[in-house]
Design a protein around this ligand. Sequence first.
Ligand SMILES: [Zn+2]
Length: 317
Amino acid sequence: MSGLLGAALLTSATCLRPLPPRFLSLTRKASTTSLSSSTMPLSLNSSNEASYRGTLHSAGKETPLSVTKCFEDNYGYLIPGRNSGDVISFDAPDGLVVGEAANELAFGSNGGTLHVLVTHGHHDHVGGMSDLIASWLAGGDGRKVKVHGPSDPRCESSVGGGCGYEILEGGDVRDVAGWGVEVIDTSGHTCPHVSYHIPELNFLMTGDSLFSLGCGRVFEGSMEEMWEGLRRYGGVGDGTWVACSHEYTLANARYMQSLGPNAELEERVREVEALRFKNLPSVPVRMESERRLNAFLKADSKEEFEALRRGKDGFKG
Ligand SMILES: [Zn+2]
């Protein structure tokens, strides 16, 4: 074993787990149909100027998706539970903005449980937790909060007293507010970091792991962990909406453009520029589009991935 390999394995040991069987379908490729609109149609919420409303479809039923704009370029995402009055919030970036969106989705119900599904422990993902919890509990005497996320003191301590914290890890499947949620280990940006997949809604919350036309910086894990994490998205369908936590798409596109000419990439850039001109988010985006255009997802080896990631780290485009 080379010293380099040994070091990589030691670094990986903290959070890299074998791929669960159902995530081993890594040969899934994007279909060859041309891209039309890759981005979920969103409309500005008239009663809350920091949130947008989209729609998820399952079995002929429509489920609203709330996208909240927080700080400079963060997004939070919320969906209602199957049970009336329940709400799921993915992360808690800005507790007041997300809390307002959660209360809107609860349709004025006095009861109901707010489930917060945490991706990772960075402050712009969990820093709004106490305000979010307070905002929710103020809406009715019968209300409850349950927070779920990876085993990380930064996440667990964000909850404070009075609310429990359920530890999740890659491969777990949970019923959360009536939806079947798959937990995917996508460590690398932080260690741990998880993503949440709801197959029935064709919805995938990637946090700071996968961005549109990019991926998160590798702060805490190894390049190999980050690459393995992205590979675990291989079991997710092409039609899935990828919801990421930052509006980085145009900056990411500049790096993708530097890798070589690509007419489909230019089409996506025009779409994103038009959305951003209207102050609309460029996400959620179809997984099919990312599989076709995101070089980090298309990398065939960890060496290729690492070269791309290091290139992006030094890119001044
Ligand atoms: Zn982060």
